[in-house]
Design a protein around this ligand. Sequence first.
Ligand SMILES: NC(=O)C1=CN([C@@H]2O[C@H](COP(=O)(O)OP(=O)(O)OC[C@H]3O[C@@H](n4cnc5c(N)ncnc54)[C@H](O)[C@@H]3O)[C@@H](O)[C@H]2O)C=CC1
Ligand SMILES: N[C@@H](CC=O)C(=O)O
Length: 373
Amino acid sequence: MLADYSPVRIQARNSVVDAHRVDLVLIGARGKVGSAFRRQLGNRQPALLSEANLDLRLLAGFDRRGFAFDTHGIVPESIDEHMPERGADDVERLMSHVGRHGGVRTLVVDCTASDEIADFYPRLLMGGMGIVAANKRANARSLSSYRDLQHAARERGVPYRYETTVGSAIPLLGPLRDLRLRGERVISVQGVLSGSLSYILHRMHEGCLFSAAVAEARALGYTEPDPMEDLRAIDLSRKLLVLAREAGFAMELEDLVIEPFADLDIASDDLIPALQVADAGWKARIASALEQGERWVVLAEASREGGRINLRRVPAHSSFAQLEPGQNLISIRTELQDRMPLCVSGPGAGVEITAAGVLSDVVAAAAHWTRQD
Ligand SMILES: NC(=O)C1=CN([C@@H]2O[C@H](COP(=O)(O)OP(=O)(O)OC[C@H]3O[C@@H](n4cnc5c(N)ncnc54)[C@H](O)[C@@H]3O)[C@@H](O)[C@H]2O)C=CC1
Ligand SMILES: N[C@@H](CC=O)C(=O)O
C-alpha cells in the first residue's frame, strides 16, 4: 500500500534540486471522479516530479465509508483494496489531524457533492491548507460566504481552485478571472452549461426516449450522484451562480429565475422506470420542434441585472442547437468583446475529463506555492 517516499532530490540541468512537495487529501476517493483522479495522479506522478519538480503525494483518502491515511504517502491505485471503515466522527478527527501535519503544504481535493465537506472550507483555508474542488456547493451558497472563501484564500496565500465546477475541464473560470484582472468588464454570460442536459436533449432529438436518455447520461457519469439535481436544474443553477460571481456579478440564488428541465415529483430509488411517465410528452415536444426546423436547448444566462435558466426552442442551425451530445458552449460578452463575444466550448461533463480538470487544478495549486518559494 505504501509508496517508497524518501525525501526527493532530482537532477535538473546539471544540478541537483529539491522537489516541491505537496501532500494531497482526497475526499470522495472511491467515487467516480475521485477514482479517475487517483488513476491519473498515479500515472502522472513520475512525470510531474521529473518535468515540473513537483512531488505530489497522496497523504490521505476517504469517502463516506472508509479512510486511509499515511504520512509517507499512499499509492493512489491501492486505495480500493485498503480503506478501513471509518466512524461517524472520523471526518472531524481526520481534518484536525491533517491540519497538524506540520511543515508540508497540504491540498484538500474535494471530489464529493457534499455540504458536510463544503462546511470545512473556511477552516481549511484559514488553517493554511489549499483546496481544489469539483464540488460546487461551497461557492453556490450566499454571496457573502463565497466572498469569505475568496478572502480567506487570499489572506492566507493559499490556492483555492474549482475550475471543474463549471464546464468540467473547459478553461472558463481562469480566463474569466484574467478578464477581470485586466479590468475588462463582463456584460453577460450565456450558454449551454449542463453536460447531462445537453446529452439528454441531443439523444432525444435523435429519437431516444427521455427515460432511456437519462439512463445513458447516468451510465456515462454525466449526471450528479442524484440525477434529479440535473433534471430539476439545481446543479445548473449552482453552475450559473458560480459563473456569474466569477464574472463579477453580485448574485444570489434568489436573483435567478429557474425553470426546471423536468419537474417530476419522484421519490423512488428506481428512478428510470419512474421517469417513463414523461416519455410520451417529451416525444411529442421534440417532434413538434423538429417539424418547425427547431431544437430544444436549456440555456443559462446572467448579467448584472439577474439570471435565468430555461428550456427554449432555437433554430436547428444555431450554434447552441448544433452541439455534440454532452458538449457545453459559453458565450461571454465584455466591453471589448461585445459584437464578437468570446466563446468557449468543449465536453461539459464526463468522469475522465473532469478528473483531468481536477488534476490540472492540483498542478496549478502546487505551482502557486512553488512561486512563493
Ligand atoms: N461527473 C461529472 O461530469 C462532473 C462532476 N463534478 C462533480 O464531481 C463531484 C463528484 O461526482 P461523482 O464522482 O460523480 O460522484 P460519486 O457519487 O461517484 O462520488 C462521490 C464520492 O463522495 C463521497 N462522499 C459523499 N459525501 C461524503 C462525505 N460527507 N464525506 C466523505 N465522503 C463523501 C462518496 O462516498 C463518494 O465516494 C460532484 O460534486 C459533481 O458535481 C464536477 C464536474 C463534472
Ligand atoms: N451533472 C453535471 C456534471 C458536471 O458538473 C452536468 O450535467 O453538467
